[in-house]
Design a protein around this ligand. Structure first.
Ligand code: FAS
Ligand code: PHB
Length: 389
């Protein structure tokens, strides 16, 4: 088949790009290695910046998000047993939207199906060809048959472990990486959130996060060892560990229940440069990873897609240079979010080898933060999301 843009990956980046390109009249196909059920079964992000909300509205998929999503004006950081509220809206005039990535993906999948846009799930052995030329192609297997897609561009939206970045010759790409010495054990439960807003917890036993998906569904995390196996964590063990990291009055209000999902995610900071290789363009986790402490992963995927949509639209309208600046524009925002995510992770987690001086540095920074409007404003404007220039 022939199309204009072949999108590899049906995660939020690939599906959002597909909807925006279709809105601009740019033909595209999405090739996804997994089933829709598998994609929707992955429990990931929960907080959307206004930039992501605006792009989902632009793509025509924001209705349920505005009906069911929870706008949050503030977020809490807990340190030395004390909860401190950061007044996001008061300090920046902006808020964040609590609406799970699963729901975002569901809305995008439904919209793509309703529009009858070509999508191939369980596409196996995707292979890229000729993206250094003007006539790139994508090959894939489906039900034992090899298919070929002739296209103008390939959008690599296939995540950290995808085939697209891996297809770039090593001499044409530079990567930057930091792996953190711990993971996040996450639990999803149909229990009411312990607090109306999110609570990020700094504790001597380790980091914890109280998040939510709705007024009846909660998402909690505790920092854990990379040697931990999720099978060794019973629900009761998880709830006891979470309670031990919360202030006593908060722990007393925690409603526990059976886990709907439980998983351990490793934490890393990663950026690949550049993000364009001829007719191949990377977006989302295919190009970068952030530790989830700053709630930036999904939001960066959205802003990459916003820049890529602008560049491709300009290209097809005959404009010069739209795509030439894609990588530079996206990376400028990515590196600022990488810094914020690294800073939040460094501030809030227990690092086994940091020593007493490192612990005192964390305590001093947290004590300064809660006593300084300027410091809280810096955190707030990064958390709500920096503008897309
Ligand atoms: P995705 O990884 O979501 O999607 C890529 C898609 O490409 C997948 O569906 C995959 O199956 C497909 N694919 C891969 N290889 C392919 C191939 N060869 N051929 C065809 N398809 C292929 N972010 C937050 O903000 N907060 C969080 O709490 C959070 N938790 C996370 C937990 C985990 C375990 C992970 C892995 C990520 C988490 N993230 C979190 C980040 C996450 O939300 C990503 O930023 C977001 O999924 C990025 O979306 P995509 O770039 O679309 O990549
Ligand atoms: C989540 O709800 O999954 C979530 C929220 C905020 C984060 C990370 C994860 O920083």
């Amino acid at each position: 088949m022939k199309t204009q843009v072949a999108i590899i990956g049906a995660g939020p980046a690939g599906l959002l790009l597909g909807q925006l390109l279709a809105k601009s009249g740019i033909a595209n196909i999405v090739l996804e290695q997994r089933s829709p059920e598998y994609v929707l079964g992955r429990i990931r992000a929960g907080v959307l910046e206004q930039t992501a909300v605006d792009l989902l509205d632009e793509a025509g998929v924001g209705a349920r998000m505005h009906r069911e999503g929870l706008p949050h004006d503030g977020v809490e950081l807990c340190f030395a047993g004390q909860r401190h509220r950061i007044d996001l809206h008061g300090l920046t005039g902006k808020r964040v939207m609590v609406y799970g990535q699963t729901e975002v993906t569901h809305d995008l999948m439904d919209a793509r199906t309703a529009a009858g846009l070509p999508t191939v799930y369980e596409a196996q052995d995707v292979r890229l060809e000729g993206f250094a030329s003007d006539t790139p192609r994508v090959h894939y297997e489906k039900d034992g048959v090899t298919h070929t897609v002739d296209c103008d561009f390939i959008a690599g939206c296939d995540g950290f472990h995808g085939v697209c970045r891996a297809s770039v010759p090593a001499e044409h790409i530079t990567t930057h990486e930091k792996v953190y010495p711990f993971g996040w054990l996450g639990l999803l439960s149909d229990t009411p959130p312990v607090s109306p807003e999110l609570i990020y917890v700094h504790h001597e036993r380790g980091f914890a996060l109280c998040s939510q998906r709705s007024k009846t569904r909660s998402r909690y995390y505790v920092q854990c060892s990379l040697q931990d196996d999720v099978a060794q964590w019973s629900d009761d063990a998880f709830w006891e560990e979470l309670k031990s990291r919360l202030p006593a009055d908060t722990a007393a209000q925690l409603v526990t229940g059976a886990s709907l999902e439980k998983s351990i995610a490793p934490l890393r900071s990663f950026v690949a440069e550049p993000m364009r290789f001829g007719r191949l363009l990377l977006a989302g986790d295919a190009a970068h990873i952030v530790p989830p402490t700053g709630a930036k992963g999904l939001n960066l995927a959205a802003s990459d897609v916003g820049y890529l949509w602008q560049g491709l639209t300009e290209h097809y309208r005959g404009g010069a240079g739209g795509l030439d600046h894609y990588s530079e524009r996206a990376l400028a925002r990515i590196w600022k979010a990488e810094r914020f995510s690294w800073w939040m992770t460094s501030l809030m987690h227990r690092f086994p080898d940091t020593g007493s001086f490192g612990e005192r540095m964390q305590q001093a920074e947290l004590a300064y933060l809660f006593g300084s409007t300027a410091a809280m404003t810096v955190l707030a404007e990064n958390y709500v999301g920096l503008p897309m220039r």
